[in-house]
Design a protein around this ligand. Structure first.
Ligand code: GLN
Length: 485
């Protein structure tokens, strides 16, 4: 077994005990990438020299007595390429940012750096995080390590695939409408989107600002807790980051579920759900029950409207956010006879088809005469969705459901049918609309491909979400299964 198969908590223990060095661990991850990434294609940019330099610095810091209580020190991580990194190209998997090298780190990246993380590189994603399969990357699709002919999910497909293939120890992704949880489900890894406001988005290239959240992909829930400990908390550079105290998430992992009330929203088991996915999720509910949880049905009737609402609000915000890519400020530029011609030529050549579709949709729903009918109405529906969740959380501590209605689909299967692709997130998007924390953990295989179990919590109650996920992982070993690559 490669050292790169270790979890963060396993690696931290071996590093602290002096049994391995960060240079050894990093070298193992780089070797794995070397062996596999030509087939998986999880990475857009690799930074082996930086990684080894950070690994040597981590080893030196440990030798100097540092490291106690620093589980991320010297542990290799992969970063979704929408997170800006000082001195390292950040493309958003878009041609328009192909040669953009930021001069600063985003806050999440800076927090990892200051805790001694080792940066392996930047991972592929759907262009500007718009998609559910990573096929919308402006460069190349990423392949699911469980079956290279299938997609890894998206938009954070490279980050999910890198963890599944042991091409890193953990990774960061972003989730605007499911882009951490859905790829985590399809790749058989653990992924958590924290509550909106938990993690600063400063230095995250914005897609839909009222929805975007950063979160980790890990090999288990314990690692997710450790990474959240490092990432969460107020940041003056992002006014939406919340000043609440950040608990020690690892302390929430009690290993039991005594008295935890689990709601099962019936709308999440509607038509379109693959039977193999439903079977695995129902089986998982029994495991939770045996561990002491009290499981009961509930209803979230507005679920159906979440997707429609999302495809008004998210494109509206995207159309505004992406206005900055005009060829003047970020390097990629096409010549024309006047400035408007230059903007047009740059955006025509630099953006892919899905990004253009979102900009057109978003501009339309914000335009005079349509704003009230679409955007304003969507915001009202969004409030209703949130109120329904609030009511459910009066009865339940968490809600549990499938993450994705299907297992990984074949590359190319949905590329000509945007609506079919959008439906991939029908069970994850409501959580973003309400700003809640949601996690996906592996709960079995269907046709040999991983199934994700989604655990949704109250706002700012990641602790219970993690506790449920961790307890499930104490009872099962689906999270330890690895694809045969
Ligand atoms: N798949 C959804 C979309 O295409 C969600 C993407 C995301 O969460 N970044 O917009």
């Amino acid at each position: 077994m490669s050292l790169a198969a270790l979890t963060v908590h396993e690696a931290a223990k071996l590093l602290a005990g002096g049994e391995i060095s960060s240079v050894e661990l990093t070298t193992a991850a780089l070797e794995r990438i070397e062996q596999l990434d030509a087939r998986v294609k999880a990475y857009v940019t690799l930074t082996p020299e930086l990684a080894l330099e950070q690994a040597r610095a981590a080893d030196a810091a440990r030798a100097g007595g540092e490291g106690a209580g620093q589980p991320l020190l010297g542990v290799p991580v992969a970063l979704k390429d929408v997170l800006v990194t000082e001195g390292v190209r950040t493309t958003c998997s878009s041609r328009i940012l192909e040669s953009y090298v930021p001069v600063y780190d985003g806050t999440a990246v800076a927090r990892l750096r200051s805790r001694g993380a080792v940066f392996l590189g930047k991972t592929n994603c759907d262009e500007f995080a718009m998609g559910s399969s990573t096929e919308n990357s402006g460069f190349f699709p990423t392949h699911n390590p469980w079956d290279l002919d299938t997609v890894p999910g998206g938009s954070s497909g490279g980050s999910a695939a890198a963890v599944a293939a042991d091409e890193c120890i953990y990774s960061l992704g972003t989730d605007t409408g499911g882009s951490i949880r859905q790829p985590a489900a399809l790749c058989g890894v653990t992924g958590i989107k924290p509550t909106y406001g938990r993690i600063s988005r400063f230095g995250l290239v914005a897609f839909a600002s009222s929805l975007d959240q950063i979160g980790p992909f890990t090999k288990d829930a314990e690692d997710a807790a450790l990474v959240l400990n490092a990432l969460c908390g107020r940041d003056v550079m992002d006014s939406t980051s919340v000043g609440r105290p950040v608990p020690d998430f690892a302390a929430a992992l009690t290993g039991d579920l005594a008295g935890v009330r689990v709601g099962v929203p019936s709308e999440y088991f509607a038509a379109g759900l693959e039977p193999g996915v439903e079977a695995a999720v129902r089986e998982a509910l029994k495991v939770l029950e045996r561990a002491g949880a009290v499981v009961d049905e509930c209803s979230l009737p507005s679920t159906d409207y979440a997707l429609d609402t999302y495809y008004i609000i998210a494109p509206a915000e995207a159309s505004a956010n992406l206005a900055r890519f005009d060829g003047v400020r970020y390097g990629f530029s096409k010549e024309a006879s006047d400035v408007w011609g230059e903007y047009n030529a740059t955006r025509e050549a630099g953006f892919g088809a899905e990004v253009k579709r979102r900009i057109i949709l978003g501009t339309y729903v914000l335009s005079a005469g349509y704003y009230d009918a679409y955007y304003l109405k969507a915001q009202k529906v969004r409030t209703l969705i949130k109120q329904e969740f609030d009511a459910a959380f009066e009865r339940f501590d968490v809600l549990v459901a499938p993450t994705s209605p299907s297992v990984a689909f074949r590359i190319g299967e949905k590329t000509n049918d945007p609506l079919a692709m959008y439906l991939s997130d029908v069970l994850t998007i409501p959580v973003n609309m309400a700003g809640l924390p949601g996690m996906s953990i592996p709960c079995g295989l269907s046709d040999g491909l991983p199934v994700g179990l989604q655990i949704i919590g109250r706002a700012f109650d990641e602790e219970t979400v993690l506790r449920v996920g961790h307890c499930y992982q104490q009872q099962t070993d689906f999270h330890r299964q690895r694809p045969a690559l």
